[in-house]
Design a protein around this ligand. Structure first.
Ligand code: FES
Length: 115
């Protein structure tokens, strides 16, 4: 089974096996998602807003909740990309937060012109 994830505002879409996390999916399709800690729930640079499919992600655990407490502009549909696995065969729409895009371009200054 596979899921599709569309990343905004990059406008890229990727198909991944069910069980993949949003951070890994972003890496596959070149979406501009930050990941300063490398995906171990030790930062909040992979902060996203899940516009479609929020209920079909792996549930939020305590560690993620704690990390999100320290994130900027947290909303009811906020998740950390590295902690959120897609669980259903469906389309997910994910908006990369400003915080996360900024972190991405700090990590990859050579890509800044492609914003
Ligand atoms: S990449 Fe650091 S918490 Fe997700």
């Amino acid at each position: 089974m596979s899921a599709r994830i569309r990343f905004e505002p990059d406008g890229v879409e990727v198909e991944v096996p069910v069980g993949t996390n949003i951070r890994a999916a972003a890496e596959q399709c070149g979406a501009h998602l930050g990941s300063a800690c490398g995906g171990v729930c030790a930062c909040s640079t992979c902060h996203v807003y899940v516009k479609e499919g929020l209920d079909d992600l792996s549930p939020m655990e305590l560690g993620e909740e704690d990390r999100l407490d320290g994130a900027f502009d947290v909303r009811p549909n906020s998740r950390l990309g590295c902690q959120s696995q897609v669980l259903k065969d469906r389309l997910y729409i994910v908006e990369v937060s400003r915080e996360s895009r900024d972190a991405f371009f700090d990590e990859h200054p050579e890509l800044r012109g492609h914003r």
